[in-house]
Structure formats: C-alpha cells, structure tokens
Design a protein around this ligand. Structure first.
Ligand code: AQP
Length: 350
C-alpha cells in the first residue's frame, strides 16, 4: 500500500525553491496516491520563533498548499502539533537513533553554525522527529528537495534498526509487513521509505550566489523569489540576479561551469515544464538582457495566480483553521493505532 507524506516548515516566507522543489510535486502526486501534507510547526521551534508569527506562518503554508492545488477533502492537510503521536514516536526514535548518525547531519552543522554548544537539543534531534512524521503514517514515498536526501536516508536507518531491534516481538505480535528490497523479501513494522527527488527543480539556488541553496532564511531578500512577491518584485529580483557576461550556450552541457546561468535556465525549465535543452534551443546565443525578461514574465505568469489565491485564503483564517482541524482529526485516526502498536512492540504501558 503506497502512501505519500511530506512537510514544510512555517518559517518565514515560502520561496520559489519550496514551491518547485516540494509543493508543486505534492500537487502532482495527489493524482495517483493517498497523500498527507503537513505544516511542521514543531520543527520550526528548533530555532527561535515569534509565537504570533509562527501561528500566522502556519496558516500561510497551509494556504500555499491549498492555493497550489492540493485538495484537502481527498487528501490530508494539517499541522504537526495538533497530532501528538508525532512527538510520542519521536521520543522512541530518539532512543533508536545513535548520536553518531545525527552527528553526521549536514543540515545541523549548517544551522548550528560555529556556536554548536548553544544550538537547541531539538535542532540536533530534528531528523528523528522527521522520521517520526513520516513513519507514524507508515508512509512509503516522500517528495522533497535534494537538501533533504540525507534526512531521508536517516529515516530508513531508523526504520531498519527499529525493525531489527524488535524483530522477535514484531513477529510474536503478528505485526510485520513484507517488504521487497532488491530481490530480498524482509519483514518489519516500518516500511523503508523512498525519497522522491526528481525533475529539473530538486535544488534551486540563490539568485545572488549560484553555489548556495535558495533559502527562506537567507538574510538577503534579493537572493530568493518569495511566493507572495508582486510582479514588480519578481521582475526586479530576476533583473538583479547574478550572472556571467557570456551569452547562453545552445546546449545544457555548456552550463557546467556556470552555476548562475544553470540556475536561471533550470528555473525557466521547471516553470515551463520543459527540459533545459529545450529552453536553450530557444535562448542559446542570446544575452541575459533578453533571457531575464522572458524568465520574469514566465515566473509572474506561474506564481501570481498562486499568490492571489493565497491572499484570498489568508484573509479568512477561520476557514484555514477549520481545514487544519479536520485534517488533524483524520491524521490522528491513522497515527493513533500505529502508536498503539509501537507501545506494544516496545513494551510501554501495561
Ligand atoms: N532551494 C530549494 N530547492 C529545491 N527544494 C527546496 N526546498 C527548500 N529549499 C529548496 C524543499 O522545500 C521543502 C520544505 O523545506 P523546509 O521548509 O521544510 O526546510 P528547508 O529545506 O530548510 O527550507 P529553507 O527554505 O531552506 O528554509 P530555511 O531557510 O529555514 O532552512 C523541502 O522538501 C525542501 O527540500
């Protein structure tokens, strides 16, 4: 049984990276899968947050999901903190995961910076909570951007160690499911979840530095396109985007040593739903002064209906809260029996 789960943190403004790398894929996957999409507010507090802004940002990410086309009646849209089983399973996973595994996580190293002694314990344990988010629904597929690949590998490691550590007990209780790994068939309680990282937009880079990921928390607003930017802001940011002086090459191979050019062509390709080679068949040999306005027009055409719908939805917070409450109720109905199984497997509660 295939089930999709993914989450987005309510921290700051959503970017074009979040949209192309994650949210747009969520929409595509709902055609053929049962999907659960979560605003991960408990992940957000691993870094300092203003409480009022956190609540607004939670509604705003939910609004982005809906504006992008996720159907909350057919699928589940909710925020993490309303379903307490995420935290409960995360504790069990904190006891399954090893310090050495978490020590290798590059996101922790980046976010903690030099002052690691002062990072929250939550920031360190973040990947165990993420594993719980996914596995409390026994999700099989997780659409994410490339930056989350390492965390998805850790999720599989945690599932595998749990399955191994408790294999006798899982068998005794008759709670195992059969899984096919390569040619082998193994049994375990948690599936080994597959990341879904594909397409031209798995890693959108900063508009100011083609070697850095476009990120909500970059101090420079010129580095990113926010989902809620106006048409003028989008055009201005693309006009000011860093480039090199050469015209565009006529094939994607010519972008190899040109990170900024590769990024802008990749964004165009993702927005237009075409291959980079096809974009270059049209713009090869042209200067950025010609390409950038075309890219800006395309970005505005794709993003402005989403931004408009987000604004409309955010104007009625009660409606969004209703959707989140309903989604949480349906998510709990899946999560509660899984947590009950885990308690029996581990031996928690008489
Ligand atoms: N630049 C990106 N390109 C492609 N995908 C991206 N994602 C984020 N940035 C890019 C994907 O968006 C989803 C949600 O991300 P998140 O909010 O949970 O966490 P993040 O990756 O930490 O996002 P940011 O924008 O970089 O936030 P900050 O600045 O707080 O760190 C994920 O699937 C992610 O891969």
């Amino acid at each position: 049984h295939e089930r999709v789960f993914s989450g987005v943190q309510p921290t700051g403004h959503l970017t074009l990276g979040n949209y192309l790398g994650a949210i747009r894929k969520f929409v595509a996957m709902q055609e053929r899968h049962e999907c659960i999409y979560c605003v991960v507010d408990m992940h957000a507090i691993t870094m300092p947050q203003n409480p009022t802004e956190l609540i607004n940002a939670t509604r705003s990410v939910a609004a982005a999901f809906l504006a992008a086309g996720i159907d909350p009646a057919q699928h589940i849209v909710f925020n993490q903190s309303r379903v307490h089983e995420h935290a409960e399973l995360a504790w069990v996973f904190n006891c399954v995961a090893r310090m050495g595994w978490l020590n290798r996580m590059t996101q922790f190293k980046e976010k903690a910076g030099k002052d690691r002694e002062n990072a929250s314990v939550g920031l360190f344990a973040y990947p165990a909570l993420m594993a719980a988010d996914i596995l409390i629904y026994r999700a099989t597929h997780v659409p994410v951007g490339d930056d989350q690949k390492q965390h998805l590998e850790l999720t599989r490691d945690i599932a595998q160690k749990f399955n191994n550590d408790y294999s006798d007990r899982i068998a005794e209780l008759g709670l195992g499911i059969e899984m096919h790994i390569g040619r082998e068939t193994v049994s375990g309680y948690f599936p080994l979840t597959e990341p879904v990282i594909e397409g031209p937009a798995t890693r959108i880079m900063s508009l100011r530095d083609g070697t850095k990921k476009m990120s909500k928390s970059d101090p420079s607003d010129l580095s990113r396109i926010n989902l809620t930017d106006t048409a003028d802001e989008i055009a201005r940011k693309i006009r000011k985007a860093k480039t090199d002086p050469e015209p565009l090459p006529s094939e994607a191979a010519g972008l190899a040593e040109r990170p900024e050019a590769a990024n802008l062509v990749g964004i165009y390709a993702a927005l237009a739903d075409m291959e980079s080679d096809a974009v270059l068949a049209e713009f090869g040999g042209k200067a950025f002064s010609e390409f950038k306005p075309a890219l800006a027009d395309l970005a505005v055409e794709v993003l402005s209906p989403v931004a408009g719908e987000m604004r409309r939805l955010i104007a009625d917070p009660g409606h969004i809260d209703g959707i989140l409450a309903d989604g949480a109720e349906r998510a709990s109905a899946i999560a509660a029996p899984v947590m009950a199984d885990v308690r029996r497997i581990v031996g928690l509660g008489a």
